[in-house]
Structures are given as C-alpha cells and as structure tokens.
Design a protein around this ligand. Sequence first.
Ligand SMILES: CC(C)(COP(=O)(O)OP(=O)(O)OC[C@H]1O[C@@H](n2cnc3c(N)ncnc32)[C@H](O)[C@@H]1OP(=O)(O)O)[C@@H](O)C(=O)NCCC(=O)NCCS
Length: 178
Amino acid sequence: MMSSKNVAASHTEMSQIVLPNHTNTLGNMMGGQLLYLMDMCAGVVAQRHSNRTVVTASVDHVEFSSPIKLGDIVTLAGHVNRSFRSSMEVEINVWAENPRTGRKTASNRAFYTMVAIDEELRPTIVPTLVPNSPEEQSRWEAAERRRQLRLVLAGRLKVSDAHELTHFLLENVNKADV
Ligand SMILES: CC(C)(COP(=O)(O)OP(=O)(O)OC[C@H]1O[C@@H](n2cnc3c(N)ncnc32)[C@H](O)[C@@H]1OP(=O)(O)O)[C@@H](O)C(=O)NCCC(=O)NCCS
C-alpha cells in the first residue's frame, strides 16, 4: 500500500439519466435514490484511495438545494478531502444537466466518512492525503474541523479535545459566512 496519495488519484465522476423509476410523483428524483448513488460514489473514491474494502461510518451536511428532474443527466463528483487513521472524509457534489439545453445546476453536496477495513473487518490504516493546491489545502483543513464536530456530536470526542474546531469557532464568532 502506498503511504501517501494525492486527490487526483481517487477523484471519481459518475453520470446517469434520471428514469421514471428514480422519481417521485412530482417527476423529481427521489432523495433516497440520490443518496444511494452518492454512497456508491463515495465508496469508489474511498476504495481507490485506500485500496481496501470500505464501509460508510457517517454522512453529514447533506443538502438538497434544487430538484433533479426526470430525463436530466445527473452527475456525481467525489474526492477525498482528508484521510485520518482508518477513515477518510469524502466530499460528493452533484449536479443536474438538462440534455436539451446543456444547462447544469448544482443540486446536492454531502460529506461521507468512509472507513477502510481489513480481512478481519477491523478498521485499518489508510494512505495520507497530500494536498497539492491552495483549494485542496483549504478543504484539508476544513475536514479536520468537520471531523471534530461529528465526533463530538457522536459522543466520541470531548469538546475540550476539539482544538481546531473550537479555535475556528472563536475566531469566526461574529461572521455569518465561514
Ligand atoms: C465504522 C466502523 C467500522 C467503526 O468501527 P469502530 O469499532 O467504532 O472502530 P474505531 O473506533 O476504531 O473507529 C474507526 C474509525 O471510524 C471513525 N468513526 C467511527 N464512528 C464514527 C462516526 N459516527 N462518525 C465519524 N467517524 C466515525 C473513527 O473516528 C475512526 O477513524 P480513524 O481511525 O480515522 O481515527 C463500525 O462502526 C461499522 O462497521 N459500522 C457499520 C458500517 C456499515 O455497515 N455501513 C453501511 C451502512 S448500512
């Protein structure tokens, strides 16, 4: 197993046409269908990064910002924001494309925590992620804060040990958009 990898090594894009059996009575893609595709995309990204079998440990910040219509091309793009010991934060962005006009609309985003497991189904070490651009570096830093927040909320980390998160919150206490 490689000890470190870059973001491009596991970047994944998947597309599919929205068919009648993917939609609700309004002709919009059902949230559950989309979450299934997002989970699949996150799994592919995490397996490519870790070269291991992976499981989904948590999903957070799922936003359904605009509906995806019957007949649209739905595209998912996933990348690793940061890897930890056995876990990886994978960001999935989704957009819908009208095949007649070519117009693309961002529709969803979520952060998946994927855990690599070994042959005995125990969590196992994954390669370090090396950020290669200011944007990747910024995502890498934000991933640590989100990890601390989700572990605090899951009762797995004490607030007093969530240093990056508390520092960030105190620094930005008066800002609306961070
Ligand atoms: C995810 C799972 C392997 C973690 O097992 P565990 O015994 O808690 O193992 P650990 O305490 O060593 O945690 C392993 C990693 O998971 C992370 N983790 C565990 N629970 C988490 C949660 N709720 N949110 C985010 N990360 C979590 C830990 O932080 C740790 O990360 P690290 O190694 O990078 O520091 C285990 O809970 C599991 O198998 N869950 C079911 C997964 C599944 O079936 N998913 C499909 C959904 S149906």
